[in-house]
Design a protein. Structure first.
Length: 135
């Protein structure tokens, strides 16, 4: 005669009740936390990447049209609000080895679940063509 596992409702399987529900709730909490953190961090990182591309385009345009570094710095400053960059960002544009370089530095606080993360943006872009007349 074969014994069935279902024959003893109070046996070994009774201790396992609720285990799947707890695991499901833990996985759900981890997924929710990851979505929250991603929702806080990803937009800031995306805006930073788009702003870096804007910086590169600006120095390339300045170099191609023989604009001076002050012009490039002013154009970058005008684009701060459009790219979600704080107004107090440090901007510097110079000619270095016949190339126009622009550096922007700022820190933005990302609020995470239990802590704050300081996102540091410190990028230098260099024109792809040499500056001929602007100094």
């Amino acid at each position: 005669m074969k014994k069935s596992r279902m024959s003893h409702p109070g046996g070994a399987r009774a201790r396992e009740r609720g285990g799947a529900r707890l695991k499901f709730l833990l996985v759900l909490a981890v997924i929710a936390a990851a979505l929250y953190v991603g929702g806080q961090y990803v937009p800031i990182a995306y805006h930073a990447r788009v702003f870096e591309s804007f910086m590169q385009d600006t120095v390339n345009n300045a170099s191609l049209t023989d604009k001076n570094p002050a012009w490039a710095e002013e154009q970058i400053r005008r684009g701060l609000e459009d790219h979600g960059v704080p107004e107090d960002a440090e901007i510097k544009a110079v000619v270095n080895d016949t190339r126009l370089e622009a550096t922007v530095r700022y820190t933005e606080t990302v609020s995470l679940l239990f802590t704050d993360y300081e996102y540091d943006f410190d990028k230098t872009v260099r024109s792809t063509t040499a500056v001929t007349g602007a100094k």
